[in-house]
Design a protein around this ligand. Sequence first.
Ligand code: UD2
Length: 301
Amino acid sequence: MRYVVTGGAGFIGSHIAEVLSNEHEVVVIDDLSTGHRENIQDFDVEFVEGSVTDLPLLREIFRGADGVFHQAAIASVPKSVDDPLATHTVNETGTLDVLLAARGAGVKKVVFASSSAVYGEEPTLPKHEGMLPAPVSPYAISKLTGEHYEAVFSKLFGLKTVALRYFNVFGPRQDPSSQYSGVISIFTDRVKAGEPITIHGDGGQTRDFVYVADVVRANLLAMERDVTGVFNIARGRQTDLNTLARGVMEAAGREVPVEYGPVRQGDVRHSLADISRAREVLGWAPEWSLVDGLVETIRWD
Ligand code: UD2
C-alpha cells in the first residue's frame, strides 16, 4: 500500500509514518513549522517539504495513494487565540485541501486527527461522541469543522473518512520547548535535567493521558477497518497532575522540587473520555499503562 502522512515529521505523525514504513510505501508531507526532519531520519519514508495549504502539491503527492493520515495542523489552542486566521488557514482550509486532493486522486480513506477540544466547556464526564460539541477556541472550531467536512465529503462523494478525537497524547518526540507543550513532555524534560517542575494551580486538575503507540494503532485500525465517523482516543482514565508529577519522578528514579503557580488561563479542570465507541466499533483498546508509557518516554533521548 502507499500511504501519505501529512504532518508526518511531527510528534504523532512521525510515529504513524515509522510503523507504516515497516510494511508500506510512505510519503511524509510536512512544512517543518513544528515538525523536525530528525523525527523521520531513521526509517524509510519519502519526505516532501510543503504545506497542506498547497493544493496542487497535495494533488501531485496523493496520486496513487491508498490512504491519507491527516495529522498536519497548528496544534496549539493559545496560538489559535493569538492568530485565529493562521489556524483557520492551516487547519480548516488545509483539511479541505486534503479532502479535495484525496477525492481527486481516488484515495480510499482519510483518517483525520481531531481533538478532545471540540467538547469545550461541556462539563459532563466522561465525554462521549454523542454529546453536542461546544468549542471555546478557534482551534476547537477548526477541528470540529474538519470533522464536518469529512462527514460531508463521505456523504456527497463517497470518500471514506474517520476522525479520531485525541485526548492528551504523550510519548517520545513530543517537543517540550514551548510553555504550551504537552505537560508530560515538559515534566519528563525537567526531571531528566534535574530541574524543578511547575504545576499550574493545585494539581487537582485531571487529564486522560494516552500513549502515542496506542494512538498509532487507533489510526491503523481506522484506516484498515470498514468504519467511518468520530471516535474518542484516550485511555478512559483520569489522572490528576499531582499524581502525574510523582509518576514521572518515580519512572525517572529522580526527585525534583515541585512548584505551584497560578492556574493557567483557559484550562479546563477535568477531562475524561468514554472510549466505548472505539472499543466496540473500531476494535481498539489502549494497551499502554501511564507508567509504562512514562518509562518509555523518559528512556528516549
Ligand atoms: C490539550 C491539548 C490541546 C487541546 C486541549 C483541549 C496537548 C498537549 N494539548 O491541552 O491541543 O486539544 O487539550 O482541551 O495534548 N500543566 C502544568 N505544568 C506545566 C504544563 C502544563 O501544570 O508545565 C498543566 C496545565 O495547566 C493543564 C494540564 O497540565 O492543566 C495539561 O496541560 P497540557 O498543555 O498538556 O494539555 P491541555 O489538556 O491543556
